[in-house]
Design a protein around this ligand. Structure first.
Ligand code: HGA
Length: 609
């Protein structure tokens, strides 16, 4: 999703800003822009398309100046065109970049037009710069003007404001959209994600909700929502991954698929001892929070939602607690019932997913006993605001279509199952079996990656297809959903997933030779039921691709291609069967020639509602 970078330095900052934007490119965006201040001049360059377009424009016509702001936009209000790209300006004096949505922009627009301001874009963002410009007429500093202006905004913003008449500072404000201050030597920075600033600093402080900060070369002064001066803890970044490095791989997505054995090994590291998952894997006071839990409400979006769906089978099946799973954007806007001793679990790769964050805040108001987030981004809003956090340690995920984050989420949720189960009568044997399964996951995932060549060949069959159906049962149903989502996301083939017992209640009507049916078939207690569903498809002339356990006794024939998957136990099966489905979507996308890492219309870290 859109990215912000800002700098106040003695040196020219345009290149630093553009490099920062490059590091945020993976989030998906449609246009990019930069504005810098130099001796009372405000200059701006914006381009539709990739950051490279912006960078080339700056090569031809460089911008000089030590204070500047830059942005990658993922349009919410107004088409993705140059006119709507950020930074936006007011009267050639004020320039603004903004992540988020200003919900009362229409009202403010009418008011500002009444005051004589002319709007140059269709964005909601533009109201911020005119509002600040207007407030500066009656306030004596940019800081004061921004503080008063943001009080009039409804909705969500992470915003940075600069003023042509005062090139020594930028004012940053956060409410609902993350911003981090980066501290340098005689220069300071701001960004929507620390990744953007790693080439220039490793010292960061995260702004909190409602904070407004004044950033100059030598000083950062932060004020809370009530205008009181506050300190926000400065930390050294733990992020080691260089986001710009694809290594030997053609795409980040493929690299991340192949990183899964390591990512899973990292997530287990230091969290299992004496055959048990340590409570502390979920945070310092987790044992105290988790001991009385009788119900779990999981909230997530997209791929993370599928991880939550799988966990429901585990928490109810093995941990002995009831569990609901809901999409965040639904949960937050409906009245739900609070069960006694409920734990709220949010799952979010970025920790900034706007709907998930809002749902968590709502749950806190509702009186959930505790909140836990399963998250990959240290210092993110979900991590900071939840009672407990399971840090995934999957490493930075760049591909918009999530892969390693999903399997690491599954591993984390399986660990949570044992910890909650321990307090709810899970037998020592089951706990030991799950722990053993967790420990052998990295090697098993490695084996599953060995299917890559066979899947690349199979993918040819999908090149001319417009639809696909994914089938699974039990905890493989969410895996089928995730497989369908991956195919949709990166190959733009319409794909649906069904619990295969549902076939006869509707989707069988779709079956014909043009609708490939992908089946996940581990050797579990539902195998015979699944085989009957496979026969239902065969009888209607469907063409099937069955990812089946080597011992599941499926045989390839004219109507069915069987891809043998290494045998694995029931605990890790959802995770293992995810791997061939990821590879399938990747190879189909390659054949179709789509933008694998940045699929059209999509963004990573969805920080708008
Ligand atoms: N609403 C603004 C910014 C959009 C955004 O934050 N996207 O992630 C716009 O449409 O320009």
């Amino acid at each position: 999703m859109c990215g912000i970078v800002g700098a106040v330095a003695q040196r020219d900052v345009a290149e630093i800003l553009v490099e920062g934007l490059r590091r945020l490119e993976y989030r998906g965006y449609d246009s990019a822009g930069v504005a810098v201040l130099n001796n009372g001049e405000l200059s701006r360059t914006r381009r539709v398309g990739k950051v490279q377009e912006l960078s080339s424009a700056l090569e031809t016509q460089p911008l000089f100046g030590g204070t500047g702001i830059a942005h990658t936009r993922w349009a919410t209000h107004g088409e993705p065109n140059e006119r709507n790209a950020h930074p936006h300006q007011s009267e050639g004096d004020i320039a603004v970049v903004h992540n988020g949505i200003i919900e009362n922009h229409n009202k403010l627009r009418v008011m500002l037009k009444g005051l004589g301001y002319t709007f140059a874009s269709d964005t909601d963002t533009e109201v911020i710069c005119h509002l600040v410009h207007h407030e500066l007429k009656t306030h004596d500093s940019l800081l004061a003007a921004v503080q008063v202006a943001v009080k009039q905004l409804e909705g969500a913003y992470g915003t940075v404001v600069i003023d042509r008449r005062d090139s020594q500072r930028m004012i940053v404000a956060r409410s609902g959209s993350p911003l981090v201050i980066g501290y340098g030597l005689g220069e300071n920075f701001v960004a929507s994600d620390q990744l953007a600033l790693l080439p220039v600093t490793r010292s960061f402080a995260f702004l909190e909700e409602g904070d407004v900060a004044e950033v100059t070369r030598r000083e950062v002064n932060i004020f809370d929502v009530d205008g009181n001066a506050v300190e926000r803890e400065m930390k050294e970044s733990e992020v080691t991954h260089d986001a710009g490095d694809k290594g030997e791989y053609r795409h980040y997505m493929l690299k991340e698929i192949y990183e899964q054995p390591t990512a899973i090994a990292h997530t287990l590291e230091g969290r299992i001892a004496g055959g048990k998952v340590l409570d502390a894997a979920f945070g310092e006071n987790a044992a105290e929070f988790l001991k009385d839990i009788k119900h779990v409400q999981i909230i997530a979006c997209g791929t993370s939602y599928h991880a939550g769906m799988a966990a429901r089978y585990w928490l109810e099946g093995w941990a002995g607690v009831s569990c609901n799973v809901e999409i965040a954007s639904e949960f937050r806007y409906r009245k739900s019932h609070l069960f006694p001793n409920s734990l709220l679990v949010t799952i979010s790769q970025s920790g900034e997913t706007a709907d998930t964050l809002a749902a968590m805040r709502l749950a806190k108001e509702m009186g959930y006993k505790a909140t836990l987030t399963i998250c990959n981004a240290p210092g993110s809003s979900l991590v900071r605001e939840s009672d407990m956090a399971y840090m995934m340690k999957a490493g930075v995920e760049i591909g918009v279509a999530s892969t390693k984050a999903f399997t690491v989420q599954l591993a984390g949720l399986l660990m949570l199952t044992t910890v909650i189960g321990r307090h709810n009568g899970m037998s020592e044997q089951v706990e030991a079996d799950i722990t053993q399964s967790l420990l052998s996951m990295p090697a098993k995932v490695e084996q599953a990656l060995g299917l890559d060549d066979a899947i690349a060949e199979l993918a040819e069959d999908f090149a001319d297809k417009h639809h696909a159906l994914f089938l699974g049962r039990g905890d493989q149903y969410p895996i089928a959903m995730e497989g369908a989502l991956k195919l949709k996301e990166i190959s733009y083939i319409h794909a649906e997933a069904y619990a295969s017992g549902e076939l006869k209640h509707g989707p069988l009507a779709l079956i014909d030779a043009d609708m490939p049916v992908i089946v996940v078939a581990p050797n579990n207690e539902l195998l015979e039921k699944l085989k009957s569903n496979v026969e239902e498809v065969r009888a209607r002339g469907g063409l099937m691709y069955v990812f089946a356990d080597v011992d599941a006794e499926f045989e390839s024939d004219d109507t069915m291609k069987v891809i043998p998957v290494p045998h694995c136990d029931e605990f890790m099966a959802p995770l293992i069967y995810t791997i061939p489905l990821q590879l399938l979507s990747y190879h189909v996308a390659l054949i179709k020639g789509t933008d694998v890492d940045q699929p059209r219309n999509l963004a990573k870290s969805v920080t708008v509602e």
